[in-house]
Design a protein around this ligand. Structure first.
Ligand code: SF4
Ligand code: SF4
Length: 180
């Protein structure tokens, strides 16, 4: 079962309890205690049997809102959907995207000759996805990036390209979320 998306409405002005700070610590402890006792009760009456996911043998089905690392959408012919406009590169707060545009046979269209993302600097914020006018870069469900060296963290275009079909859930989510 996919996880539940909870939308948090943040108030711009803090109330007196939030400004005093200490009461909110007790509110937080109250939330933790409530969840703890709810789970404990579920365990006692036999409704909740497991509390731990045995990763990597067992995996959760993440919610559609989940953001793994960014990937590039590939067209049916395997070429990137990206038109090398550079908006994602501009929007990226960590400057981890490098694009070198190239020309196609069509004098108007462009495609990236180089599209690199340094995943060691990427913070999975999704701003590149939000900035892209073509739905050509989207957040995947992949998060397994652990390595002992920095070199393999530099993803080139061939490492980033994914079939559009495999990204359907995320693309559906962003269309709804960004009102496209
Ligand atoms: S997810 Fe954020 S940090 Fe990562 S490439 Fe996109 S804009 Fe940059
Ligand atoms: S914003 Fe989209 S179309 Fe523009 S360079 Fe980035 S991925 Fe390509």
């Amino acid at each position: 079962m996919p996880g539940k998306v909870v939308r948090v409405r943040r108030r711009e002005r803090l109330g007196w309890a939030e400004r005093l700070y200490l009461p909110m610590i007790f509110v937080g402890l109250g939330v933790t205690a409530r969840v703890f006792f709810r789970n404990l009760w579920g365990y006692i009456i036999g409704k909740k049997k497991t509390f731990v996911v045995q990763y990597p043998e067992e995996r959760l089905d993440y919610a559609d809102a989940f953001r793994g690392h960014p990937v590039l959408v590939a067209l049916e012919d395997g070429k990137p959907k990206c038109v090398a406009c550079g908006l994602c590169e501009f929007a990226c707060p960590t400057d981890c995207i490098t694009i070198i545009p190239g020309e196609t046979h069509d004098p108007i269209e462009r495609i990236p000759e180089v599209f690199d993302i340094d995943m060691s600097r990427c913070m999975f914020c999704g701003l590149c996805e939000e900035a892209c006018p073509e739905e050509a870069i989207v957040m995947s469900r992949d998060v397994e990036l652990a390595t002992y060296e920095r070199g393999p963290m530099l993803f080139h275009m061939k490492d980033l390209l994914r079939d559009e079909d495999t990204l359907g859930r995320r693309i559906g989510f962003i269309r709804q979320d960004y009102d496209r």
